[in-house]
Design a protein. Structure first.
Length: 157
């Protein structure tokens, strides 16, 4: 990748890639693309899953058993799934963050990106069939407000 400044072309060298993981069908494609880029640039890779305090869409499979603390359940499940994903993409040493937040996933992705000096965020649409309709989504919010490069990955079909 390159950028042009004052008519001079500069090669962009990514040092830290952050991947927003929501465990949707697009997550694996996004993580694979980000891992590939991290390998090419010798960059750090961080996998981030944000559990919103008031999730809007929760599947029945995601509801914790009655005898478990929901916070502990969601955090443990997120850690297990993100660890499995890191292994699947061959990047076991990636930093793996699972956050429970009162804020939106968009807010947390942008906060972590700035705090960790991320220079590329990789994210995918929650609903791959709606890639062209990102308005109002986490991906759109990250894309429009990030202070670094953002790649929105269309999942493999």
């Amino acid at each position: 990748m390159s950028s042009t400044e004052n008519g001079v072309e500069h090669l962009v060298h990514y040092r830290h890639v952050l991947v927003g993981i929501d465990f949707s069908s697009a997550s694996r494609s996004v993580a694979e693309r980000a891992a590939d880029l991290a390998r090419r640039y010798g960059a750090r890779l961080t996998l981030l899953h944000v559990i919103e305090h008031f999730p809007q869409d929760i599947t029945e499979a995601s509801i914790p058993p009655e005898d478990l603390d929901p916070t502990k359940f969601f955090l443990a499940e997120g850690r297990r799934r993100i660890s499995e994903l890191a292994i699947e993409i061959g990047f076991e040493h990636a930093e793996q963050l699972v956050l429970l937040s009162a804020y939106s996933a968009r807010y947390e992705i942008l906060r972590i990106a700035q705090q960790s000096q991320v220079d590329l965020i990789a994210i995918g649409p929650r609903d791959p069939s709606m890639l062209h309709q990102l308005l109002g989504s986490t991906a759109s919010g990250v894309f429009n407000h990030a202070k670094c490069d953002v790649i929105v990955v269309q999942p493999a079909s």
